[in-house]
Design a binder for this molecule. Structure first.
Ligand SMILES: [Cu+2]
Length: 124
């Protein structure tokens, strides 16, 4: 079974639209919303290269190679430990994909097209 749960962007947007109008300004209830993090692909690097998140956080990988400093390259995200794809297929410039990480541990990954392009996610 996959260690990752795929969460579609549409669901996240819908959830955010539902949750945030309920929160008054100055209230500290944001923890009720799902924790999110972002890893960008830019200049043939994962940025930030290493992140630490809490279990249940949704990480969105964004190919920013269409932005200034970008190379126009497509990338993938492969788990170094077992060779499985964390993000299905290739992400073209402008594309993104969100994955929920539920199991504590360190997930090291790389792009098999650009093997020097590496990163890690520490799930606490
Ligand atoms: Cu790549």
């Amino acid at each position: 079974m996959s260690r990752f749960n795929v969460v579609s962007t549409a669901v996240l947007v819908a959830a955010a639209a539902f949750v945030f109008p309920l929160l008054g300004t100055g209230q500290h209830q944001a923890a009720r919303a799902q924790a999110v993090a972002e890893v960008d692909m830019l200049g043939t690097q994962f940025i930030p290269q290493d992140i630490t998140i809490t279990a249940g956080t949704v990480v969105t990988f964004v190919n920013e190679e269409d932005q200034p400093g970008g190379t126009g390259a497509v990338h993938n995200v492969i788990n170094l430990a077992d060779g499985t794809s964390i993000v299905p297929g290739l992400l073209s410039p402008g594309d993104s994909f969100s994955v929920e990480f539920d199991d504590p541990g360190v997930v090291s990954y790389y792009c098999s097209i650009h093997p020097t392009m590496v990163g890690s996610i520490t799930v606490q």
